[in-house]
Design a protein around this ligand. Structure first.
Ligand code: SF4
Length: 375
């Protein structure tokens, strides 16, 4: 019998269920175990259920094997907007920590190198924030990561959530800590029907998080709650029968929670870029100047006048925020080479330059299809 099932037997006693929540339990075809009490009515029991489950089945992520606050900061910034699987399977965290094992190494790192290590994760501002935070630790704290909550919160790129994560995972200190997974779990546990994105909803979540955080085992409690959100309390298909906190959960229709603002509609846009080939194995690249991928290399943009009516060599779509971008890659003569910053890059060099993901994908496809000089 799994350890958390022993917990369930000890803690989930149906006869302790309040009558007021009977109605929720009687909904047909729901599959969710009955709610016996809210987490705030038995915070110790709730913490025990979360920590017990985590101790039994929590995943051994590499950032959980350390209490180094710098490593925790790296993992937290990587995991903002990026799935755990992507960071793990493609080795981003290990590569970064091998190259920049401490704030001293990162503080001196050149732009090109940090962007290359971040390539494919997107939202490149995060990589620069990390370096700015490393520089601040060096200049303000003599290279020693601060322990004071206000000093941690004052580091570049560190918001309330990241500060809470550093306090919990590095120093085992209790602080409110709400990411998307925890927000979803809390909204469902309390059957919260207000928007979690407005100020009132955010305040309410912070209040619950602050009251429930385990003061003695903050690291394991916060890890457990996040992992319940990630693995069981899923957005569309919550796995309620397997959930260790089902006995504390008042949600009647969890798949409809949390309530969020209506998402902006996806907009389709077209992007046209040029594939300029030079002598030998070389392709012309220029520097991205937009806010999202600033500093990365890219295929140069071309206007409708420049590319004319000719069929593009390649066309595919990629997503960025609320846009679905159709990228058109046109074969362009050297005479139409754009003015401004750029450079010829050989085939051998291509893998080592920091390149925006859509352009990397386009170049890999062109190289594979036709050989670098083939067309
Ligand atoms: S999976 Fe989510 S909705 Fe289902 S019982 Fe657990 S906390 Fe509640």
């Amino acid at each position: 019998m799994a350890v958390w099932e022993v917990f369930a037997m000890r803690h989930f006693q149906p006869n302790r269920r309040p009558a007021a929540r009977q109605e929720a339990d009687d909904l047909p075809g729901f599959g969710k175990p009955p709610c016996r009490e809210l987490p705030t009515e038995d915070p110790d029991g709730f913490r025990e259920a979360v920590v017990g489950w985590f101790d039994a089945v929590g995943r051994p992520y590499p950032w959980r094997e350390t209490t180094d606050p710098y490593a925790i900061l790296v993992s937290e910034l990587m995991l903002q907007q990026t799935r755990v699987e992507t960071v793990l399977e493609r080795g981003y965290f290990e590569r970064w920590m091998r190259r920049f094992p401490g704030v001293g190494e990162l503080a001196d790192a050149p732009d090109e190198e940090i962007l290359k290590l971040w390539e494919g994760l997107g939202y490149y501002r995060r990589a620069r924030h990390l370096r700015e935070a490393a520089r601040a630790v060096v200049s303000r704290h003599g290279g020693l990561f601060p322990r004071d909550p206000a000093e941690i919160r004052a580091l570049p790129g560190v918001g309330d959530y990241t500060a809470g994560a550093i306090l919990a995972f590095a120093f085992d200190r209790a602080a409110p800590m709400i990411d998307g997974n925890v927000a979803r779990v809390l909204a469902r546990l309390f059957d919260f029907n207000g928007s979690i994105e407005g100020p009132a909803g955010r305040r309410q979540l912070a209040e619950w998080s602050g009251r429930l955080t385990d003061p003695r085992r903050a690291r394991r409690f916060q890890s457990g709650l996040m992992e319940i959100g990630q693995r069981l309390c899923k957005v569309r298909r919550p796995q309620c029968p397997d959930c260790p906190v089902a006995g504390f959960c008042a949600a009647r229709a969890p798949e409809h929670l949390p309530v969020k603002r209506e998402r902006a509609r996806i907009e389709e846009v077209a992007e046209h870029v040029g594939y300029f080939r030079g002598e030998g194995d070389r392709v012309f690249l220029c520097v991205e100047s937009g806010p999202r991928r600033s500093g990365l290399w890219r295929l140069p943009p071309v206007s409708a006048e420049e590319h004319g009516d000719a069929e593009p060599l390649l066309r595919f779509a990629y997503s960025i925020t609320r846009y679905r971008v159709w990228l058109h890659v046109h074969a362009m003569p050297a005479s139409a080479l754009p003015r401004g910053e750029g450079r010829w890059v050989s085939r051998a060099e291509l893998e080592s330059v920091a390149l925006g993901s859509p352009y990397r994908r386009a170049l890999r496809s062109l190289v594979a299809d036709a050989g670098f000089n083939g067309r």
